[in-house]
Design a protein around this ligand. Structure first.
Ligand SMILES: N[C@@H](CCSC[C@H]1O[C@@H](n2cnc3c(=O)[nH]cnc32)[C@H](O)[C@@H]1O)C(=O)O
Ligand SMILES: [Zn+2]
Length: 427
């Protein structure tokens, strides 16, 4: 199956070039023909007045938490988790998680997202939603070592890996998800590391999210969470670490040396008052960084374009330096950086041989005029409503803002039905 995106502005080699063509064969980008013959393609997508980017990546999510969107806001992280979220999560079931995962996936696709990393439970249902919707994902079963189901969670993670890794035409990869150093004691983390080596699986975890976490871990173990994770071997498995807000210079050196990839969640960090991660410093040290929304209950949407705006703005104010996170860096966080975070080697770029994960933005909106610098317009003026077309693995999932694989009215009804069911069991 050959597709052509015709006459489109493309982001490639860190710049935008107008009037290009992108040729796709099956799941791959195969080239950029200068004078293509449309008849040689099964489908031609008109890219007139559009911009093509490598698909946007959401590097940290708890997808089915859409059910808790705007359910418990304006709380401390630990209060929020312990008093509201964890008790409610006890009542989740497979039906609720599938419906809410479909809602979250639809929202992400609508915002231009072509792949995401997720940590949750009932993950077979999340994987089914990924399979059915056509999106790409790196999934893990979140594990906590302090709950009675700790061993069961580890076993489930193993089975989940064996069942789903590489499935859905290679769109699904599976990682291991020890939740955080404050919920996974050292012995448990050692077990997780053993399983990671046994399976060849990478790790997705929460790290250095709040000041309180640093203080508690320091008190308990006499070292920072990053030094602790390093000592336990967690960082040697290939590691995606969400947040990394409270890190010192030695921590940053460890992250760089161990090639830890950082999921930066500016929206969640601002809303939960966690702080501002030193992203400019990380980038200076060559650390791979991508953007994440975190769950919909700490954001409260899954709009990754909004996270790019936040990342491009907050670090300037925080460092009092308007030169940090310039347009090219912001776009890179959204695309290539994110793809690297998820462990993809042939994605995140518009290049021949890369996966055909492509997001097209419509430039008809008034905020795209006058047509000055395109990189700047994308970074500082665009919004996710501009997303017109989303292609994953060579398949069109959204065209002219309409879903091709998802019955969106059904998704909304199911989200409402399962929310009502959950809250009926809580109250
Ligand atoms: N508690 C589950 C597994 C944890 S899944 C991942 C967990 O991360 C929680 N979570 C969501 N957002 C955050 C955050 O920002 N920091 C820490 N945890 C979070 C989420 O509510 C969920 O409980 C079990 O025992 O089986
Ligand atoms: Zn999280």
């Amino acid at each position: 199956m050959k597709k052509l995106i015709k006459n489109v502005g493309i982001y490639r080699d860190h710049k935008i070039t107008e009037s290009q063509n992108i040729a796709i064969k099956d799941d791959l980008i195969i080239g950029f023909p200068l004078d293509p013959v449309p008849a040689a393609y099964d489908e031609v997508i008109d890219g007139n007045n559009m911009l093509a980017f490598p698909g946007f990546v959401n590097t940290h999510n708890h997808i089915a938490m859409t059910v808790f969107r705007s359910y418990a806001d304006d709380m401390q992280l630990m209060d929020w988790l312990e008093k509201k979220i964890w008790p409610a999560e006890d009542k989740l079931d497979s039906d609720i998680v599938y419906a809410q995962a479909m809602l979250g996936i639809a929202e992400m696709i609508r915002c231009g997202t072509t792949s995401f990393a997720d940590m949750y439970f009932f993950m077979d249902d999340v994987a089914r939603a990924v399979e059915n919707s056509g999106i790409r994902a790196a999934l893990c079963r979140g594990m906590t070592g302090i709950t009675p189901n700790a061993q069961q969670a580890l076993q489930e993670s193993k089975t989940f890996y064996q069942t789903w890794n590489g499935k859905a035409d290679g769109r699904i990869t599976i990682m291991l998800g020890p939740h955080a150093p404050y919920t996974c004691p050292p012995d448990y983390l050692r077990q997780v590391v053993d399983v990671a080596h046994e399976l060849g699986a990478e790790i997705h975890t929460h790290l250095c999210e709040t000041k309180g976490e640093i203080e508690n871990i320091q008190k308990q173990y006499g070292k920072t969470p990053i030094a602790l994770m390093d000592e336990l071997g967690v960082l040697d498995c290939g590691c995606l670490a969400a947040h990394c807000v409270w890190v010192n210079d030695e921590d940053l050196d460890i992250l760089a040396q161990k090639h830890v990839r950082v999921a930066h969640n500016p929206g969640s960090n601002l809303k939960l008052a966690s702080g501002i991660a030193p992203i400019p410093k990380m980038l200076e040290k060559g650390i791979t960084v991508g953007l994440g929304t975190d769950g919909a209950s700490s954001n409260n949407n899954l709009d990754i374009v909004e996270e790019m705006h936040l990342a491009a703005f907050i670090h300037k104010a925080h460092t009092l330096d308007p030169l940090v996170i310039p347009a090219e860096t912001a776009i890179n966080l959204l695309t290539e950086g994110g793809a690297k975070c998820l462990g993809y080697t042939h994605a995140g770029k518009l290049e021949a041989g890369c996966k055909a994960d492509i997001t097209l933005l419509d430039r008809n909106g008034l905020h795209w005029y006058p047509k000055n610098d395109m990189m700047s317009l994308m970074t500082y003026a665009s919004n996710s409503f501009d997303v017109d077309t989303v292609i994953v693995n060579g398949n069109v999932l959204l065209r002219h803002k309409e879903f091709t694989t998802i019955d969106i009215e059904k998704v909304k009804a199911e989200a409402e039905r399962t929310k009502n069911k959950l809250f009926a069991s809580i109250i």
